[in-house]
Design a protein around this ligand. Structure first.
Ligand code: SAM
Length: 237
C-alpha cells in the first residue's frame, strides 16, 4: 500500500502592496464620513478657497438648544420641517415645545443620533421627495444650512415648495456685509480630505434680494446677540 502524504493547505497571507497602501491613502473621504467622524468627537476641519480654516462645531450640534437657538425656534409656527437637522438639536427642542417637527438629513449617523435623543428624523436629501410636500407650515434652515448645495435661490425655492400657501421659512444668516458668497469647501479628518463641494454664505442684508427672487416676503430680520436670522413668508402664489 502506498502511503500518500497530505500536505496541510498552505495559508497565504499577502502583505499589502505599495499600490494598496497608496490606494488607501488616496481613498476618498466622503463628506458624510467626515461629518459622521465629527459627530463621534473627531476634529473635523473645514477648508477651502475664500474661507478661513475652521473646526466644525459638532459639539454645539450635539448639545441641547441654548437661548439663541430658542430665539430662532420661537419663529417656527406650526408643523415644521428641520432641513439638515444634523443630530437633531433643533428638531428635538421644537418637539419638546409641543410643535410637530420632522428633521431630515443626508447623513445616516446624524439621523441615528437625532433619533437617539428622541427626535423624529429621516435620512433624506432635501432635493429629493419628502413626506408632507406642500403641507409644512414652517421650513427651518438653521446653523448656516442656507449654504446647502451652494445655491441659496434653488434651496429657498425648494423649501418654499414644501410649504402651505401661507407657510414660512426661518433661516439663520451670516452677519451683514458683502455679497452672497459660494465657496468650494472641503472637510479634513485625521489628515484625509473630502473632495470640494459648494457651500453658500448669505449675509443678513442680502436676504431681502434673495427672497424677492423666490417670491417670498421678509417678515423680520433679527440680530439676537450677534446671531442673525430671518423669517420669510410664502404668501399665496
Ligand atoms: C451645518 S450642519 C447643521 C447642523 C444642524 N442644524 C444641527 O443643529 O445639528 C449641515 C447639515 O446639513 C446636512 N445636509 C447637507 N446637505 C444636505 C442635503 N442635500 N439634504 C439634507 N441635509 C443635508 C448635513 O448632513 C449636516 O447635517
Amino acid at each position: 500500500m502506498t502511503e500518500t502524504t497530505r500536505r496541510p493547505a498552505v495559508q497565504v497571507t499577502r502583505p499589502a502592496t505599495r499600490a494598496e497602501t497608496f490606494d488607501e491613502m488616496l481613498a476618498e473621504l466622503t463628506a458624510a464620513d467626515a461629518f459622521a467622524a465629527a459627530l463621534q468627537g473627531k476634529a473635523c476641519t473645514v477648508w477651502g478657497a475664500g474661507t478661513t480654516e475652521t473646526v466644525m462645531p459638532a459639539r454645539r450640534w450635539l448639545a441641547e438648544a441654548d437661548a439663541s437657538d430658542h430665539a430662532v425656534l420661537r419663529r417656527c409656527v406650526g408643523a415644521t420641517v428641520d432641513i439638515g437637522c444634523g443630530p437633531g438639536r433643533m428638531t428635538h427642542a421644537l418637539q419638546c415645545l409641543g410643535v410637530t417637527t420632522l428633521g431630515i438629513d443626508l447623513v445616516e449617523d446624524a439621523v441615528i443620533l437625532a433619533r437617539d435623543r428622541g427626535a423624529m428624523a429621516l435620512q433624506r436629501d432635501v432635493f429629493a421627495e419628502l413626506p408632507g410636500e406642500g403641507r409644512w407650515e414652517t421650513a427651518l434652515l438653521a446653523d448656516g444650512n442656507i449654504g446647502i448645495g451652494g445655491d441659496p435661490v434653488r434651496l429657498l425655492r425648494r423649501a418654499a415648495s414644501l410649504l402651505v400657501d401661507d407657510g414660512r421659512i426661518v433661516v439663520d444668516l451670516h452677519v451683514p456685509g458683502g455679497a452672497v458668497r459660494v465657496h468650494d469647501i472641503g472637510l479634513e479628518v485625521s489628515g484625509r480630505r473630502t473632495a470640494r463641494f459648494p457651500w453658500a454664505v448669505v449675509p443678513a442684508d442680502q436676504i431681502e434680494l434673495l427672497a424677492e427672487q423666490v417670491g417670498l416676503r421678509v417678515l423680520d430680520v433679527v440680530d439676537h446677540e450677534g446671531r442673525w436670522f430671518a423669517s420669510l413668508e410664502k404668501g399665496p402664489s
